[in-house]
Design a protein around this ligand. Structure first.
Ligand code: F6P
Length: 541
Protein backbone atom coordinates (compact mmCIF):
# COMPACT_ATOMS: atom_id res chain seq x y z
CA UNK A 1 0.00 0.00 0.00
CA UNK A 2 1.40 3.41 -0.90
CA UNK A 3 0.08 6.71 0.37
CA UNK A 4 0.93 10.18 -0.84
CA UNK A 5 3.22 12.35 1.22
CA UNK A 6 0.65 14.94 2.30
CA UNK A 7 3.25 17.69 2.23
CA UNK A 8 3.76 17.11 -1.50
CA UNK A 9 0.10 17.51 -2.42
CA UNK A 10 -1.24 20.65 -4.10
CA UNK A 11 -3.73 20.92 -1.25
CA UNK A 12 -0.90 21.22 1.28
CA UNK A 13 0.77 23.97 -0.73
CA UNK A 14 -2.54 25.81 -1.07
CA UNK A 15 -3.07 25.60 2.67
CA UNK A 16 0.37 27.03 3.31
CA UNK A 17 -0.39 29.98 1.05
CA UNK A 18 -3.78 30.40 2.66
CA UNK A 19 -2.35 30.42 6.15
CA UNK A 20 0.02 33.24 5.20
CA UNK A 21 -2.80 35.16 3.59
CA UNK A 22 -5.29 34.90 6.47
CA UNK A 23 -3.03 34.96 9.53
CA UNK A 24 -3.09 38.72 9.78
CA UNK A 25 -6.77 38.75 10.75
CA UNK A 26 -7.22 37.85 14.40
CA UNK A 27 -9.98 35.68 15.75
CA UNK A 28 -11.19 38.67 17.71
CA UNK A 29 -11.58 40.67 14.53
CA UNK A 30 -13.35 37.80 12.83
CA UNK A 31 -15.93 37.70 15.61
CA UNK A 32 -16.31 41.48 15.57
CA UNK A 33 -16.92 41.39 11.82
CA UNK A 34 -19.30 38.42 11.75
CA UNK A 35 -22.10 38.00 14.29
CA UNK A 36 -23.11 34.70 12.70
CA UNK A 37 -19.74 33.02 13.17
CA UNK A 38 -20.87 30.75 16.01
CA UNK A 39 -24.01 29.67 14.17
CA UNK A 40 -22.07 28.96 10.97
CA UNK A 41 -19.25 27.00 12.61
CA UNK A 42 -21.06 24.87 15.19
CA UNK A 43 -22.60 21.48 14.54
CA UNK A 44 -24.77 19.18 16.66
CA UNK A 45 -24.64 15.40 16.31
CA UNK A 46 -25.71 12.58 18.64
CA UNK A 47 -26.28 14.87 21.62
CA UNK A 48 -22.97 16.70 21.18
CA UNK A 49 -22.61 20.28 19.97
CA UNK A 50 -19.15 21.10 18.65
CA UNK A 51 -18.21 24.77 18.39
CA UNK A 52 -15.35 25.26 15.92
CA UNK A 53 -15.84 29.01 15.59
CA UNK A 54 -12.86 29.85 17.79
CA UNK A 55 -10.54 28.07 15.35
CA UNK A 56 -8.54 29.97 12.71
CA UNK A 57 -11.08 29.63 9.92
CA UNK A 58 -12.32 31.94 7.23
CA UNK A 59 -14.67 31.16 4.35
CA UNK A 60 -11.90 29.57 2.31
CA UNK A 61 -10.20 27.49 4.99
CA UNK A 62 -12.53 24.51 5.27
CA UNK A 63 -12.80 24.01 1.49
CA UNK A 64 -9.00 24.02 1.27
CA UNK A 65 -8.75 21.58 4.17
CA UNK A 66 -11.33 19.37 2.48
CA UNK A 67 -9.11 19.37 -0.61
CA UNK A 68 -6.44 17.76 1.57
CA UNK A 69 -8.99 15.20 2.74
CA UNK A 70 -9.65 14.38 -0.90
CA UNK A 71 -5.96 14.21 -1.74
CA UNK A 72 -5.40 11.75 1.11
CA UNK A 73 -8.48 9.70 0.17
CA UNK A 74 -10.24 10.07 3.51
CA UNK A 75 -13.48 8.77 2.01
CA UNK A 76 -11.77 5.69 0.61
CA UNK A 77 -9.95 4.90 3.83
CA UNK A 78 -13.16 5.48 5.78
CA UNK A 79 -14.96 2.99 3.55
CA UNK A 80 -12.14 0.52 4.08
CA UNK A 81 -12.36 0.88 7.84
CA UNK A 82 -16.06 -0.03 7.85
CA UNK A 83 -15.56 -2.76 5.26
CA UNK A 84 -13.09 -4.61 7.46
CA UNK A 85 -10.16 -3.98 5.14
CA UNK A 86 -6.73 -4.60 6.60
CA UNK A 87 -6.20 -0.93 7.36
CA UNK A 88 -3.68 -1.94 10.03
CA UNK A 89 -1.17 -2.70 7.30
CA UNK A 90 1.88 -3.58 9.39
CA UNK A 91 -0.02 -6.17 11.41
CA UNK A 92 -2.13 -7.18 8.38
CA UNK A 93 -5.36 -6.70 10.30
CA UNK A 94 -8.67 -4.91 10.10
CA UNK A 95 -9.64 -2.35 12.74
CA UNK A 96 -13.33 -3.06 13.20
CA UNK A 97 -14.15 -1.46 16.54
CA UNK A 98 -17.27 -0.01 14.86
CA UNK A 99 -18.68 -3.55 14.64
CA UNK A 100 -18.60 -3.86 18.43
CA UNK A 101 -21.42 -1.37 18.87
CA UNK A 102 -23.70 -2.14 15.92
CA UNK A 103 -26.83 -3.89 17.11
CA UNK A 104 -28.45 -4.02 13.67
CA UNK A 105 -28.23 -7.06 11.41
CA UNK A 106 -25.44 -5.47 9.36
CA UNK A 107 -22.68 -7.86 8.40
CA UNK A 108 -19.07 -7.08 9.22
CA UNK A 109 -16.59 -9.14 7.29
CA UNK A 110 -13.07 -9.87 8.48
CA UNK A 111 -10.86 -11.90 6.17
CA UNK A 112 -13.90 -13.19 4.33
CA UNK A 113 -15.85 -14.20 7.46
CA UNK A 114 -18.94 -12.40 8.72
CA UNK A 115 -18.09 -11.80 12.37
CA UNK A 116 -21.28 -9.98 13.34
CA UNK A 117 -22.94 -13.07 14.83
CA UNK A 118 -19.97 -14.00 17.01
CA UNK A 119 -19.69 -10.39 18.14
CA UNK A 120 -23.32 -10.32 19.24
CA UNK A 121 -22.97 -13.70 20.95
CA UNK A 122 -19.87 -12.56 22.83
CA UNK A 123 -21.58 -9.32 23.81
CA UNK A 124 -24.61 -11.26 25.02
CA UNK A 125 -22.46 -13.60 27.11
CA UNK A 126 -20.58 -10.72 28.70
CA UNK A 127 -23.76 -8.79 29.52
CA UNK A 128 -25.48 -11.89 30.90
CA UNK A 129 -22.48 -12.54 33.13
CA UNK A 130 -22.58 -8.95 34.38
CA UNK A 131 -26.30 -9.26 35.07
CA UNK A 132 -25.84 -12.49 36.97
CA UNK A 133 -23.11 -11.03 39.14
CA UNK A 134 -25.27 -7.98 39.86
CA UNK A 135 -28.37 -9.99 40.75
CA UNK A 136 -26.45 -12.55 42.76
CA UNK A 137 -26.95 -15.55 40.50
CA UNK A 138 -23.18 -15.63 39.95
CA UNK A 139 -21.39 -15.75 43.29
CA UNK A 140 -17.95 -16.50 44.63
CA UNK A 141 -16.48 -19.82 45.72
CA UNK A 142 -18.29 -19.78 49.08
CA UNK A 143 -21.63 -18.76 47.60
CA UNK A 144 -21.38 -15.13 48.67
CA UNK A 145 -22.30 -12.27 46.33
CA UNK A 146 -19.47 -10.14 45.01
CA UNK A 147 -19.14 -6.61 46.33
CA UNK A 148 -15.74 -5.72 44.91
CA UNK A 149 -14.54 -5.99 41.32
CA UNK A 150 -10.84 -5.49 40.55
CA UNK A 151 -10.02 -4.79 36.91
CA UNK A 152 -6.40 -5.77 36.29
CA UNK A 153 -5.14 -4.29 33.02
CA UNK A 154 -3.04 -1.49 31.57
CA UNK A 155 -3.17 0.90 28.61
CA UNK A 156 -6.29 0.29 26.54
CA UNK A 157 -7.24 -2.51 28.95
CA UNK A 158 -7.48 0.03 31.75
CA UNK A 159 -7.82 3.64 30.61
CA UNK A 160 -11.04 3.27 28.65
CA UNK A 161 -13.00 1.23 31.20
CA UNK A 162 -11.60 3.29 34.09
CA UNK A 163 -12.70 6.48 32.38
CA UNK A 164 -16.13 5.06 31.55
CA UNK A 165 -16.88 3.87 35.09
CA UNK A 166 -15.94 7.33 36.42
CA UNK A 167 -17.95 9.16 33.75
CA UNK A 168 -21.14 7.18 34.32
CA UNK A 169 -21.02 7.01 38.09
CA UNK A 170 -24.47 8.64 38.18
CA UNK A 171 -25.77 5.53 36.42
CA UNK A 172 -24.22 2.97 38.76
CA UNK A 173 -26.85 0.33 39.48
CA UNK A 174 -24.99 -2.26 41.45
CA UNK A 175 -23.56 -2.45 44.94
CA UNK A 176 -20.34 -3.49 43.28
CA UNK A 177 -17.37 -1.28 43.96
CA UNK A 178 -15.02 -1.35 40.97
CA UNK A 179 -11.29 -0.78 41.43
CA UNK A 180 -8.65 -0.57 38.72
CA UNK A 181 -5.10 -1.85 39.01
CA UNK A 182 -2.64 -1.05 36.26
CA UNK A 183 0.82 -0.16 37.49
CA UNK A 184 3.01 -2.91 38.87
CA UNK A 185 4.55 -1.49 42.02
CA UNK A 186 2.34 -3.55 44.32
CA UNK A 187 0.86 -0.49 46.00
CA UNK A 188 -2.00 -0.22 43.51
CA UNK A 189 -3.01 -3.84 44.07
CA UNK A 190 -2.51 -3.49 47.81
CA UNK A 191 -4.84 -0.49 47.84
CA UNK A 192 -7.44 -2.34 45.78
CA UNK A 193 -7.37 -5.30 48.17
CA UNK A 194 -7.31 -3.35 51.41
CA UNK A 195 -10.39 -4.01 53.54
CA UNK A 196 -12.00 -6.34 51.00
CA UNK A 197 -13.14 -9.89 51.61
CA UNK A 198 -11.69 -12.54 49.26
CA UNK A 199 -15.03 -14.36 49.29
CA UNK A 200 -16.66 -11.29 47.73
CA UNK A 201 -13.94 -10.18 45.31
CA UNK A 202 -14.07 -10.74 41.55
CA UNK A 203 -10.96 -10.18 39.43
CA UNK A 204 -11.08 -9.31 35.73
CA UNK A 205 -7.82 -9.95 33.90
CA UNK A 206 -8.09 -7.53 30.99
CA UNK A 207 -5.39 -8.23 28.47
CA UNK A 208 -5.72 -8.61 24.73
CA UNK A 209 -2.36 -10.45 24.60
CA UNK A 210 -2.70 -12.12 28.03
CA UNK A 211 1.03 -11.55 28.32
CA UNK A 212 1.58 -7.93 29.32
CA UNK A 213 4.15 -8.17 32.12
CA UNK A 214 2.55 -5.59 34.41
CA UNK A 215 -0.90 -7.16 34.09
CA UNK A 216 0.22 -10.75 34.57
CA UNK A 217 2.38 -9.78 37.55
CA UNK A 218 -0.59 -8.14 39.23
CA UNK A 219 -2.85 -11.06 38.27
CA UNK A 220 -0.42 -13.56 39.77
CA UNK A 221 -0.18 -11.57 43.00
CA UNK A 222 -3.97 -11.34 43.17
CA UNK A 223 -4.20 -15.07 42.52
CA UNK A 224 -1.80 -15.80 45.41
CA UNK A 225 -3.85 -13.52 47.65
CA UNK A 226 -7.02 -15.41 46.79
CA UNK A 227 -5.45 -18.88 47.09
CA UNK A 228 -4.03 -17.97 50.50
CA UNK A 229 -7.55 -17.16 51.62
CA UNK A 230 -9.73 -19.67 49.81
CA UNK A 231 -7.48 -22.28 48.19
CA UNK A 232 -6.58 -23.08 44.56
CA UNK A 233 -10.08 -24.31 43.72
CA UNK A 234 -11.44 -20.81 44.25
CA UNK A 235 -9.49 -19.30 41.33
CA UNK A 236 -12.00 -20.44 38.72
CA UNK A 237 -14.84 -18.76 40.67
CA UNK A 238 -13.11 -15.45 41.30
CA UNK A 239 -11.22 -14.75 38.07
CA UNK A 240 -12.52 -13.95 34.62
CA UNK A 241 -10.49 -12.90 31.60
CA UNK A 242 -11.06 -10.64 28.63
CA UNK A 243 -8.54 -11.55 25.98
CA UNK A 244 -7.80 -12.34 22.35
CA UNK A 245 -5.76 -15.32 23.62
CA UNK A 246 -8.34 -17.64 25.25
CA UNK A 247 -5.97 -20.62 25.27
CA UNK A 248 -3.58 -18.68 27.50
CA UNK A 249 -6.45 -17.93 29.86
CA UNK A 250 -7.35 -21.64 30.00
CA UNK A 251 -3.71 -22.47 30.74
CA UNK A 252 -3.94 -19.91 33.53
CA UNK A 253 -6.69 -22.01 35.11
CA UNK A 254 -9.84 -20.28 33.91
CA UNK A 255 -12.86 -22.11 32.57
CA UNK A 256 -14.36 -21.30 29.16
CA UNK A 257 -17.43 -19.63 30.70
CA UNK A 258 -15.11 -17.20 32.50
CA UNK A 259 -13.32 -16.11 29.34
CA UNK A 260 -14.76 -13.27 27.26
CA UNK A 261 -13.20 -12.88 23.84
CA UNK A 262 -11.85 -9.88 22.08
CA UNK A 263 -10.20 -9.99 18.68
CA UNK A 264 -6.89 -9.03 17.15
CA UNK A 265 -8.74 -6.74 14.75
CA UNK A 266 -9.81 -4.52 17.65
CA UNK A 267 -7.03 -2.28 18.89
CA UNK A 268 -6.58 -2.02 22.67
CA UNK A 269 -7.13 1.75 22.71
CA UNK A 270 -10.26 1.24 20.59
CA UNK A 271 -11.68 -1.65 22.65
CA UNK A 272 -13.92 -0.02 25.29
CA UNK A 273 -17.06 -1.25 23.47
CA UNK A 274 -15.82 -4.85 23.66
CA UNK A 275 -15.78 -7.03 26.76
CA UNK A 276 -12.88 -4.85 27.89
CA UNK A 277 -15.77 -2.71 29.11
CA UNK A 278 -16.97 -5.51 31.43
CA UNK A 279 -16.16 -3.42 34.50
CA UNK A 280 -18.57 -0.76 33.18
CA UNK A 281 -21.30 -3.36 32.65
CA UNK A 282 -20.74 -4.57 36.23
CA UNK A 283 -20.75 -1.06 37.71
CA UNK A 284 -23.67 0.34 35.73
CA UNK A 285 -25.51 -2.73 34.44
CA UNK A 286 -25.96 -4.26 30.98
CA UNK A 287 -28.53 -1.67 29.88
CA UNK A 288 -26.19 1.28 30.48
CA UNK A 289 -23.43 -0.56 28.62
CA UNK A 290 -25.78 -1.05 25.68
CA UNK A 291 -26.72 2.64 25.80
CA UNK A 292 -23.01 3.53 25.50
CA UNK A 293 -22.86 1.26 22.43
CA UNK A 294 -25.91 3.01 20.99
CA UNK A 295 -24.29 6.42 21.42
CA UNK A 296 -21.05 5.27 19.84
CA UNK A 297 -23.02 3.69 16.99
CA UNK A 298 -24.86 6.98 16.38
CA UNK A 299 -21.52 8.74 15.94
CA UNK A 300 -20.30 5.85 13.74
CA UNK A 301 -23.30 6.37 11.47
CA UNK A 302 -22.61 10.09 11.30
CA UNK A 303 -18.93 9.53 10.54
CA UNK A 304 -19.69 6.92 7.89
CA UNK A 305 -22.42 8.82 6.07
CA UNK A 306 -22.14 12.58 6.63
CA UNK A 307 -20.58 14.62 3.84
CA UNK A 308 -17.04 15.52 4.83
CA UNK A 309 -17.94 19.22 5.04
CA UNK A 310 -20.45 18.42 7.82
CA UNK A 311 -18.57 15.50 9.33
CA UNK A 312 -17.47 16.21 12.89
CA UNK A 313 -14.62 13.66 13.19
CA UNK A 314 -13.31 14.80 9.81
CA UNK A 315 -13.47 18.48 10.70
CA UNK A 316 -11.81 18.00 14.08
CA UNK A 317 -9.08 16.00 12.36
CA UNK A 318 -8.59 18.62 9.65
CA UNK A 319 -8.25 21.27 12.34
CA UNK A 320 -5.62 19.16 14.08
CA UNK A 321 -3.53 19.22 10.90
CA UNK A 322 -4.31 22.90 10.35
CA UNK A 323 -3.10 23.80 13.87
CA UNK A 324 -0.18 21.41 13.98
CA UNK A 325 1.29 21.78 10.53
CA UNK A 326 0.26 25.27 9.50
CA UNK A 327 -0.09 27.14 12.81
CA UNK A 328 2.94 25.30 14.22
CA UNK A 329 1.42 24.06 17.43
CA UNK A 330 2.86 20.88 18.96
CA UNK A 331 0.46 20.03 21.78
CA UNK A 332 -3.25 19.67 22.44
CA UNK A 333 -4.94 20.22 25.78
CA UNK A 334 -8.17 18.33 26.51
CA UNK A 335 -10.05 19.97 29.37
CA UNK A 336 -13.29 18.43 30.59
CA UNK A 337 -15.17 20.79 32.90
CA UNK A 338 -16.83 17.95 34.76
CA UNK A 339 -15.44 15.80 37.56
CA UNK A 340 -17.10 12.76 36.02
CA UNK A 341 -14.99 13.21 32.87
CA UNK A 342 -11.71 13.80 34.71
CA UNK A 343 -10.12 10.60 33.33
CA UNK A 344 -11.02 11.34 29.72
CA UNK A 345 -7.73 13.16 28.92
CA UNK A 346 -5.69 10.11 29.93
CA UNK A 347 -7.76 7.86 27.67
CA UNK A 348 -7.57 10.31 24.76
CA UNK A 349 -3.84 10.69 25.38
CA UNK A 350 -3.26 7.01 24.69
CA UNK A 351 -5.82 6.98 21.88
CA UNK A 352 -4.22 9.87 19.99
CA UNK A 353 -0.54 9.56 20.86
CA UNK A 354 -0.25 5.78 20.58
CA UNK A 355 -2.24 5.89 17.31
CA UNK A 356 -0.46 8.73 15.55
CA UNK A 357 2.78 9.32 17.45
CA UNK A 358 4.58 7.69 14.56
CA UNK A 359 7.78 8.44 12.64
CA UNK A 360 7.03 6.77 9.31
CA UNK A 361 4.07 6.76 6.96
CA UNK A 362 1.93 3.65 6.55
CA UNK A 363 4.07 2.51 3.59
CA UNK A 364 7.34 3.10 5.44
CA UNK A 365 7.96 6.48 3.84
CA UNK A 366 9.53 9.27 5.83
CA UNK A 367 7.48 11.92 7.57
CA UNK A 368 8.52 15.54 7.16
CA UNK A 369 6.01 16.79 9.73
CA UNK A 370 5.52 16.29 13.45
CA UNK A 371 2.63 13.79 13.45
CA UNK A 372 0.51 13.48 16.61
CA UNK A 373 0.37 16.39 19.07
CA UNK A 374 1.45 15.97 22.68
CA UNK A 375 -1.97 15.35 24.20
CA UNK A 376 -2.43 16.28 27.83
CA UNK A 377 -5.14 17.67 30.04
CA UNK A 378 -7.10 17.28 33.20
CA UNK A 379 -10.13 18.55 34.99
CA UNK A 380 -10.66 22.03 33.55
CA UNK A 381 -11.38 23.86 36.78
CA UNK A 382 -8.26 22.43 38.41
CA UNK A 383 -6.17 23.10 35.32
CA UNK A 384 -6.96 26.81 35.62
CA UNK A 385 -5.06 26.69 38.88
CA UNK A 386 -2.28 24.59 37.42
CA UNK A 387 -1.06 24.97 33.81
CA UNK A 388 -3.49 27.41 32.20
CA UNK A 389 -1.11 30.30 32.96
CA UNK A 390 1.20 28.94 30.28
CA UNK A 391 -1.61 28.44 27.78
CA UNK A 392 -2.69 32.08 28.16
CA UNK A 393 0.70 33.80 28.02
CA UNK A 394 3.50 31.48 26.86
CA UNK A 395 4.86 32.04 23.34
CA UNK A 396 4.02 28.37 22.73
CA UNK A 397 0.42 28.24 21.51
CA UNK A 398 -1.52 25.17 22.67
CA UNK A 399 -4.95 24.57 21.12
CA UNK A 400 -7.51 23.54 23.72
CA UNK A 401 -10.53 21.27 23.44
CA UNK A 402 -13.01 22.13 26.17
CA UNK A 403 -15.59 19.48 27.02
CA UNK A 404 -18.59 20.72 28.98
CA UNK A 405 -21.63 18.79 30.16
CA UNK A 406 -24.58 21.13 30.61
CA UNK A 407 -26.18 18.92 33.26
CA UNK A 408 -24.63 17.70 36.47
CA UNK A 409 -24.75 18.02 40.22
CA UNK A 410 -25.71 21.27 41.88
CA UNK A 411 -26.97 24.26 39.97
CA UNK A 412 -24.48 26.73 41.43
CA UNK A 413 -21.55 24.35 40.85
CA UNK A 414 -22.63 23.90 37.26
CA UNK A 415 -22.95 27.66 36.77
CA UNK A 416 -19.40 28.13 37.98
CA UNK A 417 -17.98 25.32 35.84
CA UNK A 418 -19.74 26.44 32.69
CA UNK A 419 -18.89 30.11 33.19
CA UNK A 420 -15.23 29.25 33.69
CA UNK A 421 -15.04 26.95 30.69
CA UNK A 422 -16.55 29.56 28.39
CA UNK A 423 -14.44 32.32 29.94
CA UNK A 424 -11.25 30.40 29.29
CA UNK A 425 -12.04 29.95 25.61
CA UNK A 426 -13.12 33.59 25.34
CA UNK A 427 -9.95 34.81 27.03
CA UNK A 428 -7.76 32.67 24.80
CA UNK A 429 -9.53 33.98 21.71
CA UNK A 430 -9.76 37.71 22.49
CA UNK A 431 -6.72 38.24 24.69
CA UNK A 432 -6.18 41.29 26.86
CA UNK A 433 -4.43 44.19 25.18
CA UNK A 434 -2.25 46.65 27.07
CA UNK A 435 -4.67 49.48 26.43
CA UNK A 436 -7.45 47.44 28.03
CA UNK A 437 -5.59 47.11 31.32
CA UNK A 438 -6.29 49.59 34.05
CA UNK A 439 -3.33 51.83 34.89
CA UNK A 440 -4.42 51.70 38.51
CA UNK A 441 -2.16 48.75 39.18
CA UNK A 442 0.84 50.66 37.83
CA UNK A 443 2.32 50.87 34.36
CA UNK A 444 5.02 48.35 35.16
CA UNK A 445 2.46 45.56 35.55
CA UNK A 446 0.73 46.13 32.24
CA UNK A 447 3.07 43.93 30.14
CA UNK A 448 2.74 41.20 32.77
CA UNK A 449 -1.04 41.30 32.67
CA UNK A 450 -1.43 41.46 28.91
CA UNK A 451 -2.58 38.24 27.19
CA UNK A 452 -1.79 37.79 23.49
CA UNK A 453 -5.07 36.07 22.65
CA UNK A 454 -5.80 34.89 19.12
CA UNK A 455 -5.47 31.40 20.58
CA UNK A 456 -7.65 28.75 19.05
CA UNK A 457 -9.94 26.33 20.89
CA UNK A 458 -12.87 24.02 20.30
CA UNK A 459 -15.72 23.58 22.75
CA UNK A 460 -17.75 20.37 22.84
CA UNK A 461 -21.06 20.63 24.68
CA UNK A 462 -22.88 17.57 25.97
CA UNK A 463 -26.57 18.41 26.44
CA UNK A 464 -26.38 15.87 29.23
CA UNK A 465 -23.70 13.38 30.23
CA UNK A 466 -25.60 10.18 29.49
CA UNK A 467 -24.36 6.74 28.43
CA UNK A 468 -25.31 7.70 24.89
CA UNK A 469 -23.45 11.02 24.77
CA UNK A 470 -20.45 9.43 26.47
CA UNK A 471 -20.38 6.71 23.83
CA UNK A 472 -20.73 9.29 21.06
CA UNK A 473 -17.85 11.33 22.52
CA UNK A 474 -15.58 8.27 22.66
CA UNK A 475 -16.43 7.41 19.06
CA UNK A 476 -15.92 11.02 17.96
CA UNK A 477 -12.33 10.95 19.25
CA UNK A 478 -11.69 7.45 17.87
CA UNK A 479 -12.72 8.57 14.39
CA UNK A 480 -10.97 11.95 14.50
CA UNK A 481 -7.83 10.05 15.45
CA UNK A 482 -8.22 7.70 12.50
CA UNK A 483 -8.81 10.61 10.09
CA UNK A 484 -5.78 12.49 11.46
CA UNK A 485 -3.71 9.39 10.79
CA UNK A 486 -5.17 9.16 7.30
CA UNK A 487 -4.38 12.81 6.57
CA UNK A 488 -0.81 12.25 7.71
CA UNK A 489 -0.62 8.93 5.85
CA UNK A 490 0.03 6.96 9.05
CA UNK A 491 -1.07 3.59 10.42
CA UNK A 492 -3.15 4.55 13.46
CA UNK A 493 -3.58 0.97 14.64
CA UNK A 494 -0.11 -0.39 15.42
CA UNK A 495 2.32 0.55 18.17
CA UNK A 496 5.71 -0.88 17.33
CA UNK A 497 7.45 1.88 19.27
CA UNK A 498 6.55 0.36 22.64
CA UNK A 499 8.19 -3.00 21.87
CA UNK A 500 11.84 -1.89 22.05
CA UNK A 501 11.54 -0.63 25.63
CA UNK A 502 9.82 -3.85 26.66
CA UNK A 503 12.71 -5.88 25.20
CA UNK A 504 15.32 -3.80 27.02
CA UNK A 505 13.34 -4.14 30.26
CA UNK A 506 13.47 -7.92 29.88
CA UNK A 507 17.26 -7.75 29.52
CA UNK A 508 17.56 -5.57 32.59
CA UNK A 509 15.35 -7.95 34.57
CA UNK A 510 17.74 -10.75 33.62
CA UNK A 511 20.58 -8.61 34.99
CA UNK A 512 18.64 -8.03 38.19
CA UNK A 513 18.15 -11.78 38.54
CA UNK A 514 21.89 -12.29 38.02
CA UNK A 515 22.66 -9.50 40.50
CA UNK A 516 24.91 -7.54 38.15
CA UNK A 517 24.68 -5.28 35.11
CA UNK A 518 25.33 -7.29 31.99
CA UNK A 519 27.68 -6.24 29.22
CA UNK A 520 26.54 -3.86 26.56
CA UNK A 521 24.87 -1.24 28.74
CA UNK A 522 25.96 2.38 28.59
CA UNK A 523 27.55 3.69 31.78
CA UNK A 524 24.36 5.47 32.81
CA UNK A 525 22.14 2.41 32.59
CA UNK A 526 24.81 0.23 34.20
CA UNK A 527 25.39 2.81 36.93
CA UNK A 528 21.72 3.18 37.68
CA UNK A 529 21.24 -0.59 37.75
CA UNK A 530 24.19 -1.09 40.06
CA UNK A 531 22.80 1.55 42.42
CA UNK A 532 19.52 -0.33 42.50
CA UNK A 533 21.24 -3.69 43.00
CA UNK A 534 23.25 -2.25 45.87
CA UNK A 535 20.09 -0.93 47.49
CA UNK A 536 18.29 -4.18 46.80
CA UNK A 537 21.03 -6.23 48.45
CA UNK A 538 20.83 -4.10 51.60
CA UNK A 539 17.09 -4.59 51.97
CA UNK A 540 17.45 -8.31 51.23
CA UNK A 541 20.24 -8.87 53.77
O1 F6P B 1 1.32 -0.13 25.24
C1 F6P B 1 1.25 -1.21 24.42
C2 F6P B 1 -0.05 -1.95 24.61
O2 F6P B 1 -0.07 -3.06 23.75
C3 F6P B 1 -1.28 -1.08 24.36
O3 F6P B 1 -1.52 -0.85 23.00
C4 F6P B 1 -2.32 -1.91 25.04
O4 F6P B 1 -3.53 -1.21 25.25
C5 F6P B 1 -1.59 -2.26 26.34
O5 F6P B 1 -0.22 -2.42 25.95
C6 F6P B 1 -2.10 -3.50 27.05
O6 F6P B 1 -2.02 -4.60 26.17
P1 F6P B 1 -2.86 -5.95 26.56
O7 F6P B 1 -4.30 -5.57 26.51
O8 F6P B 1 -2.44 -6.93 25.52
O9 F6P B 1 -2.43 -6.35 27.94
Amino acid sequence: MTVPDPTLTDAWAALARHRNAMASVSLRTRFEQDATRFDRLSWSVAGLTVDLSKQHLDDDTLPLLLDLATAMDVEGRRAGLFAGDRVNVTEDRAALHVALRDSTDRSYVVEGEDVSVQLKYARGRMLAFAGHVIDGQRTGHTGQRFDRVVNIGIGGSDLGPRCAVAALTDHAVSELDVAFVATVDGIALQDALADVEPEKTLFIICSKSFSTRETMTNANEARCWLIDALGEAAVADHFVAVTAEPSKAVDYGLTDDAIFPMWDWVGGRYSLCSAIGLSLALACGPLVFQRVLAGANAMDRHFETAPLAENLPVMMALLSIWNQDFWNTTALAVLPYDHRLRLLPAHFQQLMMESNGKGVRIDGGDVSFRTAPIVFGGSGAESQHSFMQQIHQSPKVVPVEFIVALDGQGEEDRDILVANAFAQSEALMRGLAADEISQDSGKNLIPHKACPGNRQSTTILLESLTPETFGALIALYEHRTFVEGTLWGLNSFDQWGVEFGKALASRLLEDVAKGRAGDGHDSSTAGLLNAYLAHRSTIQS
